[in-house]
Design a protein around this ligand. Structure first.
Ligand code: ADP
Ligand code: MG
Length: 552
């Protein structure tokens, strides 16, 4: 039996680890299962290149609770460790065997999916255990090893009897952590962090079949081959929908469409994003995209990684190239993260464009669910704005949809003012502005229905980017400047009557806010309409919605 001191420079690192390494104690299980997964994937790799002359088989990882003895077991059938390797990998804190493995096999193993890299994960066990044991047998066939450590820098290491290959980690759960001896708690953690990990994870058993066919089978809690790890060509529409349900079991509406992300240069990223169907009570939900690293769940807060306007989407992103455990402000400054965010923006824009081109009617039918994301994207991401011209739609009050170019074409004849500006009319509320809409349509004008809360900001941007283009709300005074289709409508009122009516109306409404102008209308329209200067209303609106930061 050997014993010795764990090789660290700080004399007593454990209290530090326990306190500061991870704010979330529960991640210990994720770390240990990641190590078990790595050990299994390493064996897979070594057998595949012929370096390990053993049968790979169908290895699983098992998590077992021994409530009576207050122990939690994590058992794998991976490469295991010799006694020397335990000395090397376990006793040297902050030496990562995962990194060493990748370095050694860098030509062949870069796609092996190895998770670890900080060399600290194992010690997170001491956040919940006051004593940890390792029983491990290497695939190399040397005698098995047994390591014990009670959280002080002293450990013991000896040979032991263990005949099957792999590693068993035994945690003696501390008094303050007994929740980790509860079935429901462990199941909750496994479902949260390990639901899509690549090696099957067994937690308990259950009965299957009826009568004589009834048998006890392992309960496997994960799906080792989730949709995002497959090639788009191998997946059907139904597969994508099923995966959505797997991700969000409580979500009963199908998604509108999906975007499969897949890039390996200059960074690695896979994933599937879904445009959800918005409904009244879950309009804007942030943090619904889940971030994974090599199929290990990391977080559902993707702020700074996914452009803000896409945080309303759902789905998963998996990238080993996103630096973790670092502050959000650092993330924003990181060049790789910026590239990832730009890539996602571009993919989303490309997908929208192809949906629009392939089936415009279908695209239009989804407009109400996606418009807010697109409007916000145009305002917040220049790269998205530049591409959005190809598919951004402007619906009319009558349910017609125009692109900006089509809209210019459709309105240029009647809606040009004296200065040659194209004036695009829009309503923000069909019911409240109905009389104005009727009046404008009567004159042959196109009237858009733009009713989202950020539309005034979008209009501002479109105006500044398109020369001689102005937007005016249908009840604004601009409409008076348009060249009339028919200038020959004659009022039934005499000039005196008109003047009297004008003064009368001006006396009962605030003059500084509204402009009163009498105009002959035909019989279907309202007797008179009152307009408000466009600029005044806009200033008020913009001050209400702030600087475009509606999701901030
Ligand atoms: P990392 O995973 O970042 O390398 P850890 O502290 O999690 O760091 O683990 C340290 C090393 O211990 C691993 O790299 C690996 O070599 C070894 N190890 C840990 N758990 C196992 C296991 N279940 N089977 C085989 N080796 C393991
Ligand atoms: Mg690890």
């Amino acid at each position: 039996m050997t014993s010795g001191k764990i090789n660290v420079t700080v004399e007593n690192i454990f209290p530090l680890i326990k306190k500061f390494l991870y704010s979330d104690h529960e991640i210990f299980l994720r770390e240990l299962i990641s190590n078990a997964t790595d050990a299994t994937l390493k064996l897979k790799h070594l057998t595949s290149i012929g370096e390990a002359k053993v049968e790979y088989g169908n290895p699983i990882i098992e998590v077992r609770i021994d409530k009576e003895n207050k122990k939690l077991h994590i058992i794998d059938q991976g490469i295991g460790m010799t006694k020397e390797e335990v000395e090397k990998y376990i006793n040297q804190v902050a030496f990562s065997g995962a990194e060493e493995f990748l370095e050694k096999y860098k030509d062949t193993a870069k796609d092996a999916g190895i998770i670890g890299h900080f060399g600290l994960g194992f010690y997170s066990a001491f956040m919940v255990a006051d004593k940890v044991e390792i029983f491990t047998k290497s695939y190399k066939g040397e005698p098995a090893a047994h390591w014990t450590c009670d959280g002080s820098p002293e450990y013991s290491l000896e040979e032991t009897e263990k005949t099957d290959r792999g590693t068993e980690i035994v945690l003696h759960i501390a008094e303050d952590s007994t929740e980790f001896l509860e079935d429901y708690k462990i199941r909750e953690l496994l479902t949260k962090y390990n639901k899509f990990m690549p090696v099957p994870i067994k937690f308990g058993t259950h009965e299957e079949g009826e009568g004589d066919d009834k048998k006890t089978v392992d309960t496997i809690i994960n799906n080792p081959a989730p949709a995002w790890t497959k090639q788009p060509a191998d997946l059907t529409e139904e597969d994508y929908k099923n995966f959505y349900r797997e991700l969000y079991p409580m979500q009963f509406e199908d998604p509108l469409f999906h975007i499969h992300l897949n890039v390996d240069y200059p960074f690695n990223l896979t994933g599937i994003l879904y445009f959800p169907k918005l409904n009244a009570d879950m309009q804007i939900q942030k943090d619904k995209i889940q971030l994974y690293q090599n199929q290990v769940f990391v977080t559902d807060n993707v702020e700074g990684i996914v452009p803000d306007f896409l945080t309303m989407l759902k789905g998963v992103i998996d990238s080993p190239d996103i630096p973790l455990n670092v502050s959000r402000s650092y993330l924003q400054a990181d060049g790789n993260v910026k590239k990832i965010s730009n890539y996602i923006t571009r993919k989303v824009a490309d997908k929208l464009k192809s949906l629009f081109n392939d089936n415009r009617a279908d695209f239009e039918s989804k407009w109400n669910d996606i418009k807010i994301v697109l409007e916000y994207g145009m305002l917040s991401e220049d790269k998205f704005y530049d591409k959005a011209g190809a598919f951004m739609l402007y619906p009319t009050v009558d349910g017609k949809y125009y692109t900006l170019e089509e809209l210019k074409e459709a309105s240029k004849e009647l809606q040009t003012d004296k200065d040659g500006n194209l004036v695009i009319l829009y309503a923000s509320n069909k019911d409240l502005q109905d009389s104005y809409i009727v009046a404008a349509k009567e004159k042959g004008y196109q009237v858009l229905l733009l009713d989202s809360p950020i539309v005034s900001h979008l209009i501002q941007k479109l105006e500044s980017d398109n020369e001689k283009l102005t937007f005016a709300r249908v009840d604004a005074d601009h409409i008076n400047n348009l060249i009339k289709k028919e200038e020959n409508q004659i009022s039934k009122l005499s000039e005196d009557e008109q003047k009297n009516l004008q003064t009368f109306v001006e006396n009962i409404i605030p003059k500084e806010k509204y402009t009163v102008k009498l105009e002959a209308m035909d019989s279907t329209a309202e007797p008179f309409i009152i307009t408000q200067p466009e600029f005044m209303r806009r200033m008020k609106e913009m001050s209400q919605t702030g600087g475009g930061g509606m999701f901030g």
